[in-house]
Design a binder for this molecule. Structure first.
Ligand SMILES: Nc1nc2c(ncn2[C@@H]2O[C@H](COP(=O)(O)OP(=O)(O)OP(=O)(O)O)[C@@H](O)[C@H]2O)c(=O)[nH]1
Ligand SMILES: [Mg+2]
Length: 333
């Protein structure tokens, strides 16, 4: 399952208590204080790591507790500090305080991290309280409490380009052809149940992230089908690529399908309706594809590409058009 929102409870470790102890050795009468300090409690740290691709692993475990620091001991032994507990999340995860709603940190890139709960400091042993006037202190301090809080993690899928279209339009096939992503592909609608991301190379130094979301159907903005939950992922995409199937198996008209998706996008979010859009008729290898493309271009009075993820036809043009749009180049293609 692709999980993009979770709430977890994090609890840092308590600091170890300081120790009260006195040196007791043969031939050393009234040895001084030798109680060591407690170790620090472990903190809970949320860290963004490339390669972690969803919050799924966190959905199964609500409580995350770091270990306590060890208490100090005699002979001036300090207690060991506990290791920090690392919670690995994908880059693009926003860490929030669930109770107060404020953002602790937006972990945008690989390696970004935030202390979600700070470990308690170790207490001081009685050695620390030794002074000229008090040679045999019986004082020590307890270890500090670790912080605890509920944090909310939200993964913002950051895609440059969002693929939209009816179920079965060929979105996943296109993504698999253009990137190394391997989404499930099948000859029936609603194959894709969660967003897939892939990195598409334009040339040696330039690339963009493309998101494939579940197919949209009428009523998607109101929660029908699967795509609605994921429309918010493409809210952040700069460009939409709208795929239109030339020969829908349900016998519907390509142009009608195109309009239906446009309506869903607009009704979900007015902004989304105004996003730059590249339209492409898919499955160019099918006999009717070329004619459908011509008709659609005429009807919409705009450019419509013709592509086939199977034969590769038109894919360079599509990537070129996306690249130009990403650069903000108004040049017509
Ligand atoms: N002939 C032909 N078939 C294609 C092409 N692209 C995709 N298909 C087929 O169309 C069917 C649907 O493809 P998918 O990529 O799963 O479609 P989708 O848009 O991701 O569908 P959902 O995930 O269900 O919304 C599969 O049987 C593909 O093999 C193409 O360029 N030519
Ligand atoms: Mg799919």
């Amino acid at each position: 399952m692709f999980i993009d929102e979770v709430e977890i409870h994090v609890e840092a470790g308590k600091g170890g208590d300081g120790c009260v102890s006195f040196r007791r050795e043969k031939y050393v009468p009234r040895g001084g204080p030798d109680g060591g300090d407690g170790g620090n409690g472990g903190s809970v740290i949320v860290v963004a790591r490339q390669g972690v691709d969803s919050l799924s692993a966190l959905a199964h475990r609500r409580h995350w507790k770091a270990k306590n620091g060890q208490p100090g001991r005699g002979a001036n032994c300090h207690g060991a500090s506990a290791d920090d507990l690392l919670i690995r999340v994908p880059p693009g995860t926003v860490v929030m305080d669930a109770k107060h709603g404020h953002v602790l940190k937006d972990l945008a890139s690989d390696g970004d991290q935030v202390v979600a709960a700070r470990g308690g400091k170790g207490g001081k042993g009685n050695t620390r309280f030794k002074s000229a006037t008090n040679q045999a202190p019986r004082q020590s301090t307890p270890g500090g409490q670790g912080e605890a809080r509920t944090v909310r993690l939200e993964l913002k899928v950051i895609a440059d380009v969002g693929l939209v279209g009816k179920p079965n339009a060929g979105k996943s096939t296109l993504l698999s052809r253009l990137s190394r992503a391997r989404p499930e592909i099948a000859a029936y609608p609603f194959t894709t149940k969660h967003p897939n991301l892939g990195q598409v190379q334009i040339d040696r130094d330039r690339s963009f992230i493309m998101a494939d979301i579940p197919g949209l159907i009428e009523g998607a903005h109101a929660g029908v089908g699967l795509g609605h939950e994921f429309l918010r992922h493409i809210e952040r995409a700069g460009i939409l690529v709208h795929l239109v199937e030339p020969e829908p198996t349900d016998g519907t008209e390509p142009a009608v399908n195109y309009r239906a998706i446009r309506d869903e996008l607009r009704q979900h979010d007015e902004q989304l309706g105004r996003r730059p859009e590249i339209v492409a008729v898919t499955k160019a290898d099918l006999p009717s594809a070329e004619e459908i493309q011509r008709e659609l271009a005429e009807e919409l009075d705009r450019d419509v590409l013709l592509i086939s993820a199977v034969t590769g036809q038109g894919l360079n043009m599509l990537v070129g058009a996306i690249a130009r749009e990403l650069q903000g180049d108004e040049q017509p293609w």
